[in-house]
Design a protein around this ligand. Structure first.
Ligand SMILES: Nc1ncnc2c1ncn2[C@@H]1O[C@H](COP(=O)(O)OP(=O)(O)O)[C@@H](O)[C@H]1O
Ligand code: SF4
Ligand SMILES: [Mg+2]
Length: 342
C-alpha cells in the first residue's frame, strides 16, 4: 500500500458552517426473549454529541461492535432514534415530513463497506445511476445524461460508454466502489457517510479510493463522516478524529492533537499499537488493549473501559461514568484522569 502521507495532503476546513449537528444521540436495540419478554436493550449508541462542518472530514475510529455503523445508520434514518436529536442544516430531523425526508436523503450520500452488496445485481451501471434521479424527480433525459457523464468522469470510470451497459459483477471491487461513490454523488449531496469504504478492497486500490473521496470533497466542499477501524488512513484523511468505545465517543480531537498525544488510555493504546512509522507496515488494531470489548446489553458500571484500563482509579472509574472533559481547546476525553481540568 503506497504511503498516504505522500499522496493525501492534510487540509484543514476553512468554513465553519455546521452541516450536521448531533445532540445526545442514543440508539438502543430492544432484545426480546421468545419474541415476547423484553430482555434488555443493546445500547449501541449511548449519547453522542458533535457537529460536522462544511468541507470537513471527521474520522470515527474504534473496534468492531463499538457502535460506528449504528451512528451512521441513525444519521441516515435507517435506525430509529431512541433519545436525542439530529439536525441537518439546522433542521431537526424529527420534524421532517415525507417530502422533507426525501430531500434530506438526497442531500446525503452513503458509501458502504461492501460495494457489491450495495449494488443491485440485475441493473446496469446506467440504470443504477438513473434510479436515484427518477426517485427525486429528475426525469429530463438530457439532464440525466449530463449528470451521469459528470459523475462517471469524476469517479474515473472511463471510457464512459463502455461502463454504462455493464452489470456490477462485470466490474472489479475498486470499480464497484467507484460506482457506489458515483451513485452517492449523482444528486449533488452536501454530506457523505462512508462506512469502512475501503476495508473490503484490495490494498492496492484503497489509496486511490480515498484520494478520490478527498478530491470530491474539495471540489464539492462536502462534509464527510469517515468510519474506519483502519488507523493507518485516518491521519491523512481527516481534520478531526473521534474515538468510540462501547457505544460512546470517548475522545474528540483535531487530527494533529490526537497524533501528538492521545489523551484517553484506550485511544493511546490503539495508536501505540499502530505507531509503526512506516505506513506501509501498518495493520489496523493488531494489538488492541488486552481484554474483551464491553457488553452493550449489560455495560460495566462507571467508565466502560475500566475492566481493561491500566490507569483505572478504584472507587471512581468503576463506579461513575466520566464526563467529556475538554483538556485543550480542540481536544476532549471522557476520562477521570483529567478531572482536575474539567
Ligand atoms: N439492528 C440491530 N439489532 C440489534 N443489535 C444491533 C443492531 N445493529 C447493531 N447492533 C448491535 O449494536 C452493536 C454495535 O454494532 P455496530 O454499530 O454495527 O458496530 P461497528 O460498526 O462499530 O462494528 C453491536 O453489539 C451490534 O451487535
Ligand atoms: S476513566 Fe478511568 S478507567 Fe476510564 S479510561 Fe480513564 S482512567 Fe481508565
Ligand atoms: Mg460497522
Amino acid at each position: 500500500m503506497p504511503s498516504l502521507a505522500k499522496t493525501l495532503p492534510n487540509g484543514q476546513p476553512q468554513n465553519q458552517k455546521a452541516v450536521l449537528r448531533i445532540e445526545n444521540l442514543h440508539t438502543w436495540f430492544e432484545i426480546r426473549r421468545m419474541g415476547f419478554f423484553k430482555a434488555g436493550d443493546v445500547r449501541a449508541l449511548d449519547g453522542a454529541t458533535f457537529e460536522l462542518y462544511e468541507g470537513e472530514t471527521i474520522s470515527i475510529v474504534g473496534e468492531s461492535g463499538c457502535g460506528k455503523s449504528t451512528l451512521a445508520k441513525t444519521i441516515l434514518g435507517i435506525n430509529h432514534i431512541t433519545k436525542g436529536s439530529i439536525f441537518f442544516e439546522d433542521q431537526d430531523l424529527s420534524t421532517l415530513d415525507k417530502e422533507g425526508w426525501k430531500r434530506y436523503r438526497s442531500a446525503i450520500g452513503y458509501i458502504q463497506q461492501d460495494p457489491y452488496g450495495a449494488l443491485p445485481p440485475f441493473m446496469t451501471v446506467q440504470r443504477i445511476l438513473e434510479e436515484p434521479m427518477k426517485i427525486n424527480g429528475i426525469t429530463d433525459r438530457a439532464e440525466q445524461k449530463k449528470r451521469i457523464r459528470q459523475v462517471l468522469e469524476e469517479v474515473k470510470l472511463a471510457p464512459i460508454e463502455d461502463f454504462l451497459p455493464k452489470f456490477p459483477h462485470m466490474l472489479s471491487g475498486g470499480q464497484q466502489q467507484r460506482l457506489v461513490i458515483a451513485r452517492a454523488m449523482i444528486l449533488d449531496p452536501k454530506m457523505l457517510i462512508a462506512d469502512e469504504p475501503v476495508s473490503m478492497l484490495d490494498a492496492s486500490v484503497r489509496v486511490e479510493i480515498l484520494q478520490l473521496l478527498q478530491a470530491l470533497q474539495r471540489r464539492h466542499n462536502l462534509a464527510i463522516l469517515y468510519i474506519t477501524h483502519d488507523l493507518s488512513t485516518v491521519r491523512y484523511f481527516s481534520e478531526r478524529i473521534f474515538a468510540m468505545y462501547g457505544g460512546k465517543i470517548i475522545e474528540k480531537s483535531s487530527t494533529t492533537g490526537l497524533l501528538e498525544k492521545p489523551l484517553h488510555p484506550y485511544t493511546a493504546a490503539l495508536f501505540e499499537a499502530t505507531s509503526d512509522p512506516d505506513v506501509e507496515n501498518l495493520h489496523s488494531f493488531k494489538d488492541v488493549p488486552a481484554g474483551e470489548p464491553p457488553s452493550l446489553l449489560n455495560p460495566p458500571p462507571g467508565c466502560r473501559f475500566h475492566p481493561r484500563c491500566k490507569k483505572m482509579i478504584k472507587g471512581l472509574c468503576d463506579q461513575q461514568m466520566p464526563p467529556e472533559i475538554w483538556v485543550h481547546e480542540d481536544h476532549a476525553a471522557a476520562c477521570w484522569l483529567y478531572k482536575d481540568q474539567a
